[in-house]
Design a protein around this ligand. Structure first.
Ligand SMILES: [Zn+2]
Length: 388
């Protein structure tokens, strides 16, 4: 079986002129969807004095105001264009905020033509693969989202989720599994590639509704999905950054259920635009360079300092605190929270650990430190991982 050949769509291999025309079409479609069915984005366009007819060309994109992730969460723009009771599944992000990506009555997807199907194809998945899915099926869209799209490209899915490693090893031993999807911290994928000869490729995605960026067999960066418009901008000036320098992802996605119009998701990425031997054109994400705002991703979950602050505010004994994220020797994320206590309270650290687990949905190591250890004005959430 050739796991390298072929493209999912001609749109993956457009030349520069054809890409401009394609992106103009995508932009106009997105503006139309937003104007008709999103109060939030329609309001933004109106505030900027814009009507759909004013957006004629991809160059008009910069006339549209950028929407920040936080702003969209506040305004519930992430909910999409239909009432939640019409949803297929309702997912939960910290807040809690509720959102849905699909309606129950959406027409079935065309085989191989969903946004993630492009990614799976480029990474080497093919029809009739049996795929072990170790993404969580619990509240977040990873498990079901990937499963739906694997099925839509003709694969059989084992809905394993992230737990029960021993059972999963048994499954791998007894079932002719040909594919695996999961987060890099669950299995050490580069090692796996070396040991088993499996083709291991990465995908960049987010629950915000961006279409994925994906590596092909050449593994020279993640191709931006061609059916959306991605800008990489300086977070302060909003000017495009040149390839090789980090900038914030700003996405325009013509999804009628959940459109994004110049949506800044706070991820910093570095682009490269040298040619790729697979024949796909356009820019690729060379690497993810961190977060534009204070929040950061720990073991695949977004953590906002305000969430931790909410827990700490319940305990007047806590005078100062700081959360630190570091990579440990095993390559996974250590999440430590240091607290300075005004008075000792029995069981307080365990209580905070439990509350962080409930509220932030992450296991943290909570330690008491001597008063004065945490500097005045220190970052509340200090991400000390290296992104090189
Ligand atoms: Zn490629």
């Amino acid at each position: 079986m050739d796991r390298k050949a072929g493209l999912s769509s001609d749109s993956e291999a457009l030349d520069d002129d054809a890409r401009r025309a394609h992106q103009t079409e995508l932009l106009r479609k997105t503006v139309e969807v937003c104007w008709e069915s999103s109060d939030f984005y329609r309001g933004k366009l109106e505030q900027a004095g814009l009507k759909p007819d004013d957006i004629r060309d991809i160059d008009d994109l910069t006339r549209i105001p950028v929407t920040m992730k936080k702003e969209a969460m506040t305004a519930r723009a992430g909910l999409g264009t239909f009432p939640l009771h019409e949803a297929k599944r309702i997912f939960v992000s910290p807040g809690p905020h509720f959102y849905a990506a699909q309606r129950r009555d959406d027409p079935p997807p065309v085989r191989g033509q969903t946004p993630l199907a492009y990614a799976f194809h480029a990474m080497g998945f093919r029809e009739n693969d049996i795929v072990l899915n170790t993404f969580s099926y619990h509240l977040t869209p990873g498990g079901f989202g990937l499963e739906d799209q694997l099925i839509a490209m003709g694969c059989a899915v084992v809905p394993a989720g992230p737990q029960n490693t021993e059972v999963q090893v048994e499954i791998l031993a007894k079932l002719p599994v040909t594919g695996y999807v999961g987060t890099p911290t669950f299995l050490k994928l580069p090692e796996l590639q070396e040991r088993t000869g499996a083709m291991v490729r990465q995908i960049y995605g987010s629950a915000d509704g961006l279409y994925p960026a994906y590596e092909c067999w050449a593994a020279m960066g993640m191709h931006l999905h061609p059916d959306q418009v991605i800008e990489v901008l300086d977070p302060e000036t909003r000017a495009p950054v040149p390839a090789g320098e980090p900038g914030e992802v700003v996405a325009t996605v013509p999804n009628p259920n959940r459109p994004l119009l110049r949506f800044a998701n706070a991820d910093l990425v570095v682009l490269r635009d040298d040619p790729c031997p697979c024949g796909r054109t356009g820019s690729r994400i060379a690497r993810v360079a961190g977060r534009a705002d204070e929040s950061t991703k720990v073991r695949g979950m977004f953590v906002y300092p305000d969430q931790i602050a909410e827990v700490m505010a319940r305990h007047p004994e806590v005078q100062r605190w700081q959360a630190v994220v570091e990579k440990n020797a095993q390559g996974t994320d250590d999440f430590r929270v240091a607290v300075e206590l005004g008075s000792e309270a029995a069981g307080l650290l365990d209580k905070i650990t439990q509350e962080l687990r409930d509220h932030v949905r992450l296991r943290a190591d909570v330690d008491a430190v001597a008063p004065g250890t945490i500097a005045e004005g220190a970052k509340r959430l200090d991400d000390r991982r290296s992104y090189e």
